[in-house]
Design a protein around this ligand. Structure first.
Ligand SMILES: *Cc1c(COP(=O)(O)O)cnc(C)c1O
Length: 226
């Protein structure tokens, strides 16, 4: 894999050059991360706590770690001190646990709320009803150690590009709607994390500010990673 060439190619193909690239390095060896770091990448996405814990001490201190997968509440404590952004906050319970762990170490932990936009049941995220219930709950308003920086979503795995586009468009609409609402001061919606190797151009067309790209940079993964 020519990681450098792949990165150049991808950057050139961005409809929005200002969109931030998260290099998704899950399952990939440290040498691959170091190659990407060597050509300027600082933001890496992983989806397993154990894997982040193993890689983090081996990479330079200015590496920014993004937790992009489903996160179990009982594992928040392991990444709370250093995680740059948790993209996959998919339940109120998880958010409350992040707040609790943040309090312990006096760090307001940056997160995105994952919204369920796909037709597949298997994908994680809040549906509209769960989101509204959380936003109007007194427990939500009283959190002190989270920073909600935006939304994240994953489109349906399909060849139907119009479906993907319309799912991203729906997420962008929700993002704009929430921005216009009065919400607690720890909610500051700036980031819209949507788009992967197969759909990042569509996502950027629809307003994504962050894309999470793995296989197009590092090659296909040897084993599936949920
Ligand atoms: C694996 C993964 C990605 C990257 O997928 P690619 O298709 O390899 O670019 C992006 N987002 C999430 C949440 C992932 O789990």
């Amino acid at each position: 894999m020519d990681i450098k060439a792949n990165l150049e190619q991808i950057k050139k193909s961005f409809p929005n050059p200002a969109c931030q690239l998260i290099a998704v390095s899950k399952t990939k060896p440290l040498a691959d991360l170091q190659d990407a770091y060597g050509v300027g990448i600082r933001d890496f996405g992983e989806n397993k706590v154990q894997e982040i814990q193993a890689k983090q001490p081996e990479m330079p201190a200015d590496t920014r770690w993004h937790m992009i997968g489903h996160l179990q509440s009982n594992k928040v404590k392991y990444i709370a001190p250093f995680i740059h952004l948790i993209h996959g906050v998919d339940s109120f319970k998880l958010l409350l646990e992040i707040d609790r762990q943040g309090k312990k170490i006096d760090r307001a932990i940056p997160v995105l709320l994952q919204i369920h936009i796909a037709t597949e049941e298997s994908k994680f995220g809040f549906d509209q009803e769960e989101l509204e219930a959380m936003l109007s709950s007194p427990e939500f308003v009283s959190m002190t150690h989270v920073q909600v920086k935006g939304l994240m979503g994953m489109a349906t795995f399909t060849a139907n590009l119009e479906q993907i586009r319309s799912e991203f468009r729906g997420l962008k609409q929700l993002f704009e709607e929430l921005k216009n609402r009065t919400l607690p001061s720890f909610v500051n919606l700036k980031e819209l994390s949507m788009g992967m190797s197969g759909d990042y151009q569509i996502a950027q067309d629809e307003g994504s500010t962050m894309v999470r790209i793995g296989s197009a940079i590092f090659g296909s993964r040897n084993y599936p990673s949920p």
